[in-house]
Design a protein around this ligand. Structure first.
Ligand code: NIG
Ligand code: FE
Length: 403
């Protein structure tokens, strides 16, 4: 058995939305990668625990590893040329309508071998790990055919098996309407329901189903049909809801019992109330709002309504190529008026809840994985105070230094 004692750390760990416990002279006792106990160090404990592999953290600040609960980080080519088009005034959805956007990433995934897609994606994921992410949701959705969606999910699964992060795979075959179904999107919806869901279920990699419910992509009615079919096949549900247009995506999430609704830049008051009643988690992506030059989601309104709020990067080649949870944390605090403690909960515990991993990760508690980040600042709010400067000293996954 491998036993480690991390001691002499300022440990901050969330207990519920916006509530964070602090152990000013804290320790974490770890056995085989799992936390046995966390608390305040006193002399007696030092004595009892003598003989362990001891790691002195020299008074540094420690927080749980970040849980990035919404990403499209498995992709091939970047789309910087589209970013330049957007800077020139083109709208994100118009680029997609013209056959670019998500469809251009589909062509890239198609052109790469599985090994190439793995290599490119794992380099990107490693950069996220260096930024403190120890658990990562990754969506498919650059395949849009059974064969290519299964290929993406195999690559996503391999990232989880070969890299020191927990990966949560999401099937997002309903990310866009493939060009051959442009005049008849319902036919593609039927293929998702009748063919793809079965194949993906049989593959046994994806845990969640997600759909891009948006004007010009999938309507509320089409999304509802796919979501209900996915639930019947045993998938947990997520929705890209009210990202650009206020369509009633948040209310749909509540209606179909979705685990989470994501983006929500244009979510209505009714949608937020419906989410609060249904217990739907809000996954907010402020770096996407920034990159699209849109107003941030109304995090305060959601928190005050009793909605559990998570923050994530949305890392993707189109709307938001962000790999940094510290950057997202900073936007939560300075862009959306969240407190440092709320942002910490949103980047860890609530994010773990958003992907069904709260029993394993998201806080530093007995029984969970010893995933944590050592920071070069006095408190979690230092991540916002330092405005994107490098404040991460090291990253631990299951008690092992990985960055
Ligand atoms: O979350 N909105 C849909 N999906 C992604 C963007 C994907 C892309 O443009 O490649 C998002 O913003
Ligand atoms: Fe997304």
């Amino acid at each position: 058995m491998i036993r480690k004692l991390f001691f002499n750390a300022r440990i901050f760990t969330p207990t519920s939305q916006g509530n964070v416990e602090l152990y000013p002279k804290g320790y974490i006792l770890v056995e085989n990668g799992r936390i046995v106990s966390v608390g305040e160090m006193d002399n007696r404990q030092r004595l009892l625990l003598d003989g362990l592999h001891e790691i002195d953290l020299c008074g540094a600040t420690v927080i749980p590893g970040f849980v990035d609960s919404h990403t499209h980080s498995c992709f091939g080519a970047t789309r910087e040329s589209e970013f330049n088009m957007r800077l020139g005034g083109k709208e994100y959805l118009d680029i997609l309508k013209a056959g670019g956007g998500i469809l251009s990433s589909v062509r890239s995934v198609e052109s790469l071998s599985e090994q190439e897609l793995f290599t490119i994606s794992s380099i990107r994921v490693n950069q996220m790990l260096v930024n403190g992410t120890t658990t990562l949701e990754i969506k498919s959705g650059y395949g849009l055919s059974t064969e290519l969606e299964l290929k993406m999910l195999r690559v996503i699964d391999r990232i989880g098996r070969e890299m020191p992060l927990d990966i949560v795979p999401t099937f997002m075959g309903a990310h866009a309407v493939p060009p051959q179904f442009k005049g008849n999107p319902d036919e593609y919806v039927n293929i998702v329901i009748n063919d793809m869901l079965k194949a993906v279920k049989h593959q046994r990699i994806a845990k969640f189903f997600d759909v891009f419910c948006e004007e010009g992509v999938f309507s509320i009615e089409q999304s509802r049909r796919m979501l209900n079919a996915a639930a019947a096949s045993g998938f947990k549900l997520k929705i890209h809801a009210d990202e650009v247009h206020s369509m009633g995506g948040a209310s749909l999430a509540a209606e179909v019992g979705a685990h989470s609704a994501e983006h929500l830049l244009a979510a209505s008051d009714e949608g937020i109330s419906a989410m609060a009643r249904a217990g739907t988690i809000a996954v907010l992506l402020p770096a996407t709002a920034l990159s699209l030059r849109k107003p941030f989601a109304r995090a305060r309104k959601m928190i005050d309504a009793g909605v559990k709020v998570a923050l994530a990067t949305d890392c993707n080649p189109g709307s938001c190529y962000c790999q940094s949870m510290p950057f997202v944390f900073m936007l939560g605090v300075l862009g959306m008026n969240m407190s440092g403690d709320e942002a910490l909960t949103a980047c860890t515990l609530n994010a773990a809840r958003a992907i069904g991993k709260e029993r394993d990760v998201g806080s530093l508690e007995a029984g969970k994985k010893a995933d944590f980040v050592v920071l070069d600042c006095d408190s979690p709010a230092g991540l916002a105070y330092r405005l994107g400067s490098p404040v991460i000293s090291s990253v631990y996954k299951m008690g092992e230094a990985v960055a």
